[in-house]
Structure formats: structure tokens, C-alpha cells
Design a binder for this molecule. Structure first.
Ligand SMILES: [Fe+2]
Length: 289
């Protein structure tokens, strides 16, 4: 019988992000993974803070969990990862899909940060191959490449649960935008079909929620529910239909408020790079006039 992981979700109101702690309660050491953490950042003042990450640390500490993995589904463009902070406090290995090498290649020249954003991806402890298997305690886990939102999005298939990042959102919300560099609506559609190939009772945990007014933020659905009722990609919607609507809806969309800080920090696995006179900086590239 498949072991089901325990899952706790943490919602960040500012960026509508769901972070997760996933663990094996049947294992004596209670090993866990953290997925898609958030470092709070106030861009107007340049202040970082750790309330969101500390909620995760407190949960892990109170439940005596052992942090093995600090995972990212992709290089987020709307929030900074707390992975470096969490690793410092809890240990564990930072990891992401090997496809982020393409994302580094695209974005590193924008920030001119080669000295601390190596193209090798060396800043992460582990770059996962497609379909690579790993484990959390006795629970088997697998890399499930789901590009579209970005070329590097991966989902994590852990026991009966799939952590999908921005590949697909709750049924009444749809899917993640596909207009970032290397993003592709056709890939996004194919990724939803790959997700639909899993058993209907597979639990899906989404990376964001943007709830309509009639409900509060939620994070859990199933493959079966998505197939019948996802507003953008339910069964019966053709690839052409999806791609045309996704492209139309993404056209002219404003970039996320924290795009530039997020990408440069997330490409360094959560680090701010080398300080100057003990001060850390964010670079804002501007257009030349
Ligand atoms: Fe995203």
C-alpha cells in the first residue's frame, strides 16, 4: 500500500503563495521536505523579514520533524524564497529541477551577477533530473517535469500527493501565466494532460491561490476534480482553445511587483550575493535612455 505523506500548508497573504511541509509520520525520525518557502520582503524600504519562514520553523520544531529537503517547484517571479534562511536554521538540502540552468542562462546577464549566480547551478545542493526518484523517510518521491509557466517548472510527486507549483491552480482559478521568458502555453497544456494521467484520487497541492470573493484561500484538490471542472483545462478543452485563451489573457499583463528582486535572489538559491561593506543589495536593471 502506498504511504501517504502528512502535509501542512502555509499561506502567505501578501503574495498568495502556498508553502508546504511534507513529512513521513510513520518513520521514527519524521523526515520532512519544505516546498516553496517565502522570505517576506518590503520592496519600498528594502526590508526583509522572516515571519512566514518562522511559522514553518516553529511547526517543524514543535512537531520534531527532521528537515531533509528544501525544494522549489520553479524560480518564482513573485516572491523571494526563504530557502537559504531555512537551510541555515534547519539544515537540509536545497533542490530544484535541472531545467533551471536555462532560466539562469536567460536571466543572469540581466543582472550581471555571474560571480555569485553560477551557470552550473552549483548554488543549489541538488539539481534533479526528470523522473528522478528520491524519498522522504519511507515515502517514495519522483520528479514530474511540468513546464509551461516557465521552462523549468517541476512538480513533486510524493506518495499520493503532487505538488504542482504554478502548473495548475484550483479548478475555479485555472493555470499559471505562461508569458515569462521560456514559458509556453502549449507546454502548459501538455503538462496538465500529464497531470491528468495520474489516478483521479491523487491529491494536488497548488503553489498559489487567488480565490474569487465567494471563498477563502484553499490549496487542495484532486486530479479527478481538475479533469471535470478546471475552468481553463478540464477534459474537453482542446489544446488550441486553451493556448489561444491563455495567450490572450497573458497579453499585456503587468509583471509581478517583486519580479526583479525575486528572480535574482531565487537564482542564487535564496542568497543576496556578496555584501558590500556588510550591506546586501538588490540590483534593478533599468532601460537605457
Ligand atoms: Fe510562479
Amino acid at each position: 500500500m502506498m504511504t501517504k505523506p502528512d502535509v501542512m500548508g502555509f499561506f502567505d497573504e501578501d503574495t498568495a503563495t502556498w508553502s508546504y511541509v511534507v513529512w513521513d509520520s510513520s518513520h521514527i525520525a519524521k523526515p520532512c521536505a519544505i516546498i516553496d518557502s517565502v522570505l517576506d520582503f518590503e520592496s519600498n524600504s528594502g526590508r526583509t523579514s522572516t515571519q512566514s519562514a518562522d511559522r514553518i520553523i516553529n511547526f517543524i520544531t514543535e512537531n520534531h520533524l527532521l528537515t531533509e529537503w528544501i525544494l522549489e517547484t520553479h524560480i518564482h517571479a513573485d516572491h523571494l524564497t526563504a530557502s537559504a534562511y531555512l537551510k541555515g536554521k534547519l539544515g537540509g538540502k536545497t533542490a530544484i529541477s535541472k531545467h533551471i540552468l536555462k532560466v539562469i542562462e536567460t536571466w543572469e546577464p540581466v543582472f550581471n551577477s555571474a560571480e555569485d549566480t553560477p551557470r552550473t547551478g552549483y548554488q543549489f545542493d541538488k539539481l534533479f533530473d526528470d523522473n528522478e526518484e528520491f524519498s522522504i523517510g519511507n515515502i517514495s518521491a519522483r520528479i514530474f517535469h511540468t513546464p509551461g509557466h516557465t521552462p523549468a517548472d517541476t512538480s513533486y510527486h510524493i506518495g499520493d500527493a503532487l505538488f504542482v507549483g504554478d502548473a495548475i491552480f484550483l479548478p475555479d482559478v485555472g493555470t499559471g501565466r505562461c508569458d515569462f521568458p521560456g514559458g509556453d502555453a502549449a507546454d502548459s497544456y501538455d503538462s496538465t494532460r500529464k497531470i491528468f494521467s495520474l489516478p483521479d484520487n491523487t491529491r494536488l497541492f497548488v503553489g498559489h491561490d487567488y480565490p474569487p470573493e465567494n471563498r477563502s484561500p484553499a490549496c487542495l484538490t484532486t486530479v479527478g476534480e481538475q479533469k471535470t471542472s478546471n475552468t481553463r483545462v478540464h477534459e474537453g478543452i482542446s489544446k488550441d482553445e486553451y493556448v489561444a485563451k491563455r495567450r490572450k489573457d497573458d497579453a499585456g499583463k503587468p509583471v509581478p511587483k517583486l519580479l526583479l528582486p525575486s528572480i535574482q535572489v531565487n537564482l542564487r538559491a535564496g542568497s543576496f550575493g556578496t555584501p558590500v561593506n556588510d550591506v546586501q543589495y538588490i540590483k534593478i536593471p533599468i532601460n537605457k535612455i
